[in-house]
Design a binder for this molecule. Structure first.
Ligand SMILES: Cc1ncc(C[n+]2csc(CCOP(=O)(O)OP(=O)(O)O)c2C)c(N)n1
Length: 807
């Protein structure tokens, strides 16, 4: 393309055009130099692991040009150039990420928690409130699992649709999140990762929903070492997605193809792609082919092992920086000398950024090291172990590139060496360790949940109120009326899932609400649990309050990866720079058969730290949890008891107001012989057993824990064990599941072991999935007879005369 065509086409003067081109050339060179230097930093041991964006620079420049304030990115570890181009990241911050600097000012992406290459921008202020997301360019925080960014992308794009159609949100505080839905959600993915199911589920859902999602595939022909022929049918993602192309007869995608080294075509393609996407709310795929990876996949190995000589030569010939340089010279935009200078300047910019980042990483370590070495010398001077302690100080002083842990290890070693001695100096060192522990906790373990005033733990309990007539209703009606109140109170709430819309849920807990609030507030989705979860995550990241339904707890497994890898870690992995207060509504525990009776609580507890887990025994408690959680800003899973929708409960009169607090167990039955701890549907089974036990003279204190995460935040259960001296943990998970978790909480954390006169006991289901039918339930899950017999046996061991053996 000639110089004249360029300028006329863009409507810019030649100087303006030139300045844009050269600025782009600067950014891609800086980004490339960062990758080259990054690899060196890893290979020389200053950083642990490196995965870089070399070869993908030019496509990202093109994408950055159409990325506007308010837009969102959900991408992966190759996108450094894009982040530099949108000024979402400085070169120094990029190196700070490589070194795992825990200072959030230095490393704003994850405060050192994620390996480099995982990008994020800040959405949340210090006090937990939202920033104005329409005034900035936004990147949702990356995760490492390939295609893990896809479900969230769906939600980020769907949020634009929601903001567009929901006129109540075209005013006030909502304008901080969206300009009437005018934003695009940009996705990026490597070609090989399109093999993942999450990619396909998301692509289909976005096509169904017709949302502004602009999906770019950086196609370098490999996934680590595995070439496309093992990844993609016909070796082309755009080829096989052709059936998604929209045409006159229906909805679908616009699909574009371009090349990773062709600056002009890339820019034109993204221009067209974003126009359709933004203006028509149509999902778009941009397949960027002929992309290179000059340094191979990561610092873990070299690509010479799997790329042919021809491929390596091609990658060198079609390197996007080389090609852009050629294009600039061919079009006489500037001289070779001017480009040489840009390239040289890029090298020195990177050297400076690296040095500054390294210095700021080392500075606090140096200061601490000096302080601790001085303290160790002081301890040594007063110690009979002087020589040994002195050596610890010397080793620390001479350590090459010491880390924080070297300082901690040295300090702790000195405390061990001087364990028989007492001195002020030793105490000073202990004080340092204790203080440093607090700091390390903040650096490495804080912000798993909200630490602001918006934490659900600050929401006070509000009692349920009942009318004078003492009316009753079905559990599902109670929930429905509470959701009705929620939808009318909070315009930012929306409820969706399989069968949630038209028929109002398989258990009718949403009956009539779509008719009342419209299809955009209460709606059906396809059968796609992982992207229901992702849809909720993206929506919540854009200021909305999704209540996502997973039809049965058994099917949470389909969504569990997204829940565990993405939702549960959003806050932790950004140290509260981002949040996604999603509420997941599901129903579980006992009903019928292997896939409608699940209670895999141990699995969930293990996978979902970072999400509150509420296990209400009835719908009143469940409704109270929704009310609590909507006043707060953390994600939570609420498992409604599947067999409780048609059971009668007292009809409250303060719907939407009563709040069930998190982490507060409830004593449902006072007793003196045994403390029985349970939750969910097991509460009713326990109550049945307790009646029978009472008749034999055994008095049971029944405690419903109500939430498993958090668990009994005031340690109230140990108070019951102090009284009964016996404790039983009951649930319908497998042996060693949530009962083992509760036992650890109570015996170890609350110290209840000290008060036990009998061995602690767990009552669980059998180790297999529950069999079908009422008999299947009886023989698979703990029933009232089992509970009776196990607790009776416990008391028999205590007093065989009063409680003779049953069998
Ligand atoms: C679920 C999952 N499986 C495996 C990996 C290991 N892994 C990391 S990157 C990668 C290859 C990805 O290739 P591609 O999507 O083409 O992106 P590229 O790195 O080539 O840009 C693999 C297999 C992972 N991170 N997540």
């Amino acid at each position: 393309m000639s110089k004249a065509t360029q300028t006329t086409k863009s409507g810019l003067s030649f100087d303006e055009f030139k300045s844009i081109v050269l600025n782009d050339y600067r950014i891609i060179n800086e980004s490339r130099q960062a990758s080259l230097m990054g690899r060196k930093e890893v290979l020389t041991g200053k950083a642990k692991f490196g995965i870089f964006g070399d070869g993908k620079e030019l496509a990202q420049i093109a994408m950055s040009k159409v990325f506007k304030n308010g837009d969102f990115r959900s991408g992966y570890y190759r996108d450094q150039t894009f982040m530099f181009a949108i000024e979402g990241l400085t070169l120094q911050q990029w190196f700070a990420g490589l070194y795992a600097n825990t200072d959030q000012q230095q490393e704003p992406m994850s405060a050192g928690r994620q390996m480099g290459g995982h990008y994020a921008t800040r959405s949340i202020n210090e006090d937990g409130s939202w920033r104005n997301l329409t005034n900035q360019k936004n990147s949702s925080s990356d995760i490492s699992p390939t295609a893990g960014q896809m479900p969230r992308l769906l939600g980020l794009a769907y949020a634009s649709h929601f903001y567009k159609v929901n006129k109540d949100l075209h005013q006030g505080k909502y304008l901080n999140f969206s300009n009437k839905g005018n934003e695009i959600a940009f996705g990026t993915i490597g070609d090989a990762s399109t093999s993942e199911g999450l990619f396909w589920e998301t692509i289909n859902a976005a096509g169904v929903l017709q949302i502004p999602m602009l999906m770019s595939v950086w196609d370098d022909g490999h996934g680590i070492s595995v070439p496309k022929k093992y990844q993609t049918t016909k070796e082309s993602i755009s080829e096989i997605l052709k059936g998604f192309q929209r045409d006159a007869s229906g909805k679908g995608y616009e699909i574009f193809k371009t090349k990773g080294w062709d600056y002009v075509h890339l820019c034109e393609t993204f221009e067209k792609a974003s126009k359709v996407c933004r203006e028509e709310h149509v999902p778009v795929l941009v397949h960027v082919e002929e992309v290179t990876q000059p340094q191979g996949h990561s610092t873990s190995g070299s690509h010479e092992r799997y790329k042919s000589k021809e491929r390596l030569q091609w990658e060198s010939d079609f390197d996007c920086i080389k090609k852009m340089r050629e294009w600039i010279l061919e079009n006489a935009i500037t001289t070779a000398e001017a480009l040489d200078k840009i390239e040289e300047d890029a090298k020195s910019a990177i050297r400076n950024a690296k040095n500054a980042a390294w210095a700021s990483f080392c500075e606090p370590i140096k200061q601490n090291l000096k302080q601790v070495v001085d303290m160790i010398h002081a301890v040594a001077a007063k110690s009979s172990q002087q020589a040994f302690i002195q050596k610890v100080a010397d080793d620390l002083t001479h350590a090459i590139e010491p880390l924080k842990r070297d300082i901690h290890m040295a300090a702790k070693k000195v405390i061990r060496l001087s364990r028989h001695e007492h001195s002020e100096e030793r105490q000073a060192l202990i004080n340092w360790i204790n203080k440093a522990r607090v700091q390390s906790f903040d650096e490495y373990s804080s912000h798993l949940h909200s630490q602001s005033d918006l934490s659900p733990l600050h929401v006070k309990a509000v009692a349920v109120q009942y009318g004078e007539e003492n009316k009753q209703c079905d559990g599902r009606e109670l929930l429905r009326d509470n959701f009705d109140k929620i939808l009318s109170t909070y315009p930012e709430t929306l409820i969706f899932g399989e069968d949630s819309g038209k028929i109002g849920g398989v258990n009718q807990g949403l009956e009539g609400l779509q008719a009342k609030y419209g299809e955009h507030r209460v709606f059906d989705t396809g059968i796609r649990e992982a992207t229901i979860m992702g849809q909720a995550i993206g929506l919540a990241m854009r200021g909305l309050r999704p209540i996502a339904e997973i039809q049965y707890l058994d099917y949470l497994l389909y969504a569990l990866q997204t829940m565990s890898d993405d939702l549960a870690t959003v806050r932790y992995r950004t140290k509260s720079y981002q949040k996604a207060p999603v509420l997941i509504r599901t129903r579980g525990h006992r009903l019928e058969g292997i896939w409608h009776s699940g209670s895999p609580m141990g699995m969930i507890l293990g996978a979902c730290r970072g999400i509150h887990i509420c296990v209400p025994r009835n719908m009143t408690q469940a409704a109270g949890f929704y009310n609590t959680l909507l006043k707060a800003d953390d994600p939570a899973l609420i498992i409604e008891p599947l067999n409780g929708y048609r059971l009668k409960e007292k009809l409250p009169i303060n719907f939407g107001e009563f709040c069930t607090p998190l982490g507060i167990p409830e004593v449902l039955n006072e007793g003196k012989d045994v403390t029985l701890i349970t939750y969910g549907s097991c509460v009713r089974v326990a109550q049945e057993a307790i009646k029978a036990l009472n008749e034999t003279g055994i008095s049971v204190e029944l405690i419903d824990v109500q939430t498993l995460l958090p668990f009994d935040i005031h340690h109230s259960i140990v108070e019951s064990v102090k009284k009964t001296n016996r404790v039983v943990f009951l649930d319908e998970d497998v042996p060693g599941g949530a009962t083992a978790y509760m036992m650890q909480e109570v015996l170890e954390k609350q110290g209840a072991y000290q008060y036990l006169d009998s061995a602690p006991l767990t009552i669980t289901s059998h180790a297999h999935r529950p069999a079908y039918g009422s008999d299947g339930d009886y023989f698979s899950k703990p029933n009232a007879d089992d509970i009776f017999e196990k607790i009776y046996h416990l008391m028999h061991e205590v007093n065989p005369n009063e409680f003779p053996a049953l069998y």
